[in-house]
Write a protein that binds this ligand. Structure first.
Ligand code: GLA
Length: 735
């Protein structure tokens, strides 16, 4: 969302801007006092987090101090004269701000606060002080001191435009916000005009629905408004078509100052067509298992329930639960076993030939499922895993192949049992029951540990207990282990050969041997952020996937860097059984804690994210709260033609074939002889792209078919001009 202001008669507020401050990593309440001696503190940029600026590793508390003269002329330049404002930007994770020793604002919670630590890292801080407050020393030196607490990397202030101090003008406090009206039958956007100030504003609010592709205005609503002030917003509802890419533009012209503020919002749009009521198979027709290992697989079939899923020629040793399509049993002898599966409901019947390949390889297609980290962080519980699994089934995600239910960090007890086996904490009453229940639904059970003494979240790791832990996982029915370097870094630092690749391989090889002694197939997921080019040796330790980068977060910068920049050279390393992992999905409600919010990616960015991850043959692990899935997110995750690219049994990852300014074209060959093509606009402006001009370079001359994968529609083979929004994609399959 972009909020821009333009003024004619209005006074422009004067501002003081600070890009650096005095800083010290420590915690002492005395730092709030203006007289505190900070001469020996370091000077730190406030435009970026403290990590990487010479601040000690694992700093939790730090104080920033800004010394400033606050001129009275700031007041004279304002047509509002209400308060002095401190714009501190977002802060990782919680803060308290003091002006000359007086607390003027606080966001998030520090560990000693009531209720304990709560991160509010993404909230921009704006603290107001009344102009007549004794805390302000006009035309004299003032000290703004900010106490910060960081729960985890990264930490501190990060406000790219710098800390701004001003006495706002009338128009400055205006806010325009957009939300989907939950109660409305038809998709409706509520545009709310508000103010952060006590002075009432009046003027004209205009809301337009625009088709960005044709630049046509489809609907305009104009309203005269008055009395808008803090706590007294006004709103306008505007209906829109959910199946189209649209923009909603709101502008407010304030009467007295003549200034206008405007903001553009992109509402969510659903391109995936509704699934037919008759049964449709959505999962690949191939599954790999090792000889004698228990098989847990659920046939992904969409369509009306009740539905019966059966097979008349199942290989000996296997059975299907007809009510949920869960396949179980085991096959001892290596080989290919092909059979026909039939799904039938009141609306029709579908059949699929299915092959189980019993041999040394598992994960013949990338894993699909859910992981607790991006939503619950360390607050994950057994109940949350169960409710998420139920939602996975109820909301139809299991019908599209999402099967792994993976507990990330936060399940271990502080101490091992007396016999050295790993103990679970009070949040997980019974791992065995959880595993059994997931398997009865045809789902799979995943868990997390570290080769070090402690995990990233400070829970017990597996060091010196690798075999015991692998045995516990087997006894609980674990099907997936994410093995996260973290605490191992301390041991590694002391090893004499820590410059060698062997030193990075060692802990992973050790656990691999322990896992392979277990009589079950455990997907082995390496998480060490790409160190020592893990993609070059991941297969050698029989890893099924390896994280290629640090942690993803729900911003364009993070997703762009991980998806577009860091995967560009990794195409040769992915193959059936062994996948590059650019980290979990950041759609839906995420938050890395008990406080969830909508992904900060725009709808276009989310289409880009899923398109790119499917092209990259990436692990498709959903990271949001499944119980709160909305239709938009379901549309993103449950498009059978899009997912089919990810699950294609050829298993060849996409390559970036074209990079032409902001246009990137990534393509991957598919097992039916066609090619999946993602045409991405990574730039900040929408683009019109003529795909035709790249055909020769892509070896695609003489196209015989073009299919829009999101819309599931055939497109012209001659007119290949596409509108691609900012950070958006046109995802096609061509022959
Ligand atoms: C690391 C990993 C994350 C998550 C956390 C858990 O940061 O990269 O994916 O597992 O640890 O603490």
């Amino acid at each position: 969302m972009l909020l821009s202001a333009s003024g004619m008669l209005g006074l422009q507020a004067q501002t003081l801007t600070f890009k650096t401050a005095r800083f010290k990593a420590m915690d002492d309440p005395a730092c709030a006092a203006p007289s505190y001696d900070d001469k020996n503190w370091q000077t730190l940029k406030v435009t970026q987090v403290w990590d990487g600026q010479g601040v000690p590793e694992n700093t939790r508390y730090g104080w920033y101090r800004f010394t400033m003269r606050i001129p009275k002329s700031l007041v004279e330049a304002s047509d509002l004269k209400e308060c002095l404002e401190f714009h501190l930007g977002p802060i990782d994770d919680a803060d308290e701000a003091y002006l000359n020793g007086t607390l003027i604002g606080k966001t998030g919670k520090m560990p000693s606060d009531e209720g304990g630590y709560h991160s509010a890292w993404s909230t921009p801080r704006v603290y107001q002080v009344k102009l007549d407050s004794k805390a302000i020393r006009w035309d004299e030196e003032n000290v703004l001191a900010v106490r910060c607490y960081s729960g985890n990397h990264p930490g501190g202030m990060f406000v790219p435009e710098g800390v701004v101090v001003k006495v706002p003008s009338r128009i400055d406090g205006t806010t325009l916000s957009f939300s989907r009206k939950p109660s409305a039958k038809e998709p409706t956007c509520t545009v709310q005009l508000g103010s952060t100030h006590q002075t009432a504003l009046s003027g004209q609010l205009t809301v337009e629905v625009i088709d960005p592709e044709t630049e046509q205005t489809l609907n305009t609503i104009t309203r005269k408004v008055s009395g808008v002030k803090a706590g007294k917003p006004v709103s306008v509802d505007v209906p829109y078509d959910l199946s189209r890419m649209l923009q909603i533009k709101a502008s407010f012209k304030e009467k007295k100052s003549g200034c206008t503020v405007a903001s553009i919002h992109q509402p969510q749009y659903i391109l995936t067509p509704a699934a037919p009521a008759a049964p449709r198979f959505n999962t690949p027709a191939l599954y790999g298992a090792r000889p004698g290992s228990p098989i847990h697989f659920r046939f992904g079939v969409s369509g009306e329930r009740p539905m019966k899923i059966t097979s008349s020629n199942l290989p000996a040793g296997l059975s299907i639960n007809p009510d949920n399509g869960a396949l179980s049993g085991s096959i001892a002898k290596p080989g290919g076993y092909t059979f026909t599966v039939c799904a039938e409901n009141a609306k029709g019947k579908a059949e699929q030939k299915f092959t189980i390949r019993v041999g040394s390889k598992i994960a013949l297609t990338p894993p699909m499922g859910w992981n607790s980290w991006n939503c619950w962080g360390l607050s994950v519980t057994q109940d949350k895993v169960i409710s998420s699994a139920k939602a996975l089934i109820e909301k139809g995600l299991a019908d599209y192949g999402y099967a792994y239910m993976n507990i990330d960090d936060g399940w271990e007890a502080p101490q091992r049992n007396a016999d050295g086996t790993i103990a679970v904490n009070e949040k997980f009453p019974s791992m065995k029951e959880l595993g059994d229940w997931l398997h009865s639904e045809g789902l799979k059970f995943g868990i997390y540990s570290s080769p070090g003494d402690l995990t990233c979240g400070g829970y017990l790791g597996s060091i010196d207990h690798e075999l015991q832990d692998a045995e516990s996982y087997n006894s609980w029915g674990v099907d997936y282990l994410k093995y996260d370097w973290c605490g191992y870094g301390r041991k590694h630092a002391t090893e004499p050969d820590n410059q060698t690749v062997a030193s990075f391989v060692r802990p992973y090889l050790l656990m691999e041997r322990c896992l392979r002694q277990q009589p079950r197939d455990i997907f082995y997921s390496l998480c060490q952020y790409g160190m020592a080019d893990v993609w070059k040796w991941g297969e050698a330790v029989d890893a099924n996937s390896w994280r290629t980068t640090g942690d993803i977060t729900d911003t364009w910068t993070s997703m762009y860097d991980i998806g577009f920049v860091r995967q560009a050279e990794l195409q040769p390393y992915a193959k059936p059984g062994h996948w590059n992992d650019p980290d979990m999905l950041i759609v839906g409600k995420v938050g890395w804690s008990a406080n969830l919010r909508d992904s900060r990616l725009t709808p276009d960015e989310q289409y880009t994210h899923i398109s790119l991850w499917t092209l990259l043959a990436s692990n498709m692990l959903i990271g949001c709260d499944l119980a709160q899935l909305d239709d938009f997110t379901i549309g993103l995750l449950c498009n059978n033609e899009v997912n089919a690219v990810n699950q294609d049994i050829l298993g060849i990852q996409a390559k970036r074939d074209i990079e032409d300014g902001d246009i990137q074209i990534w393509t991957r060959p598919l097992s039916d002889g066609s090619r999946a093509v993602g045409i991405f606009n990574v730039g900040a402006e929408p683009m019109r792209v003529d795909f035709g001009k790249y055909l020769k370079q892509l070896g695609l001359e003489g196209l015989s078919s073009v299919r829009d994968l999101w819309r599931q529609k055939d497109l012209s083979t001659t007119d290949l001009r596409y509108y691609i929004p900012t950070h958006g994609v046109r995802y096609i399959k061509v022959k």
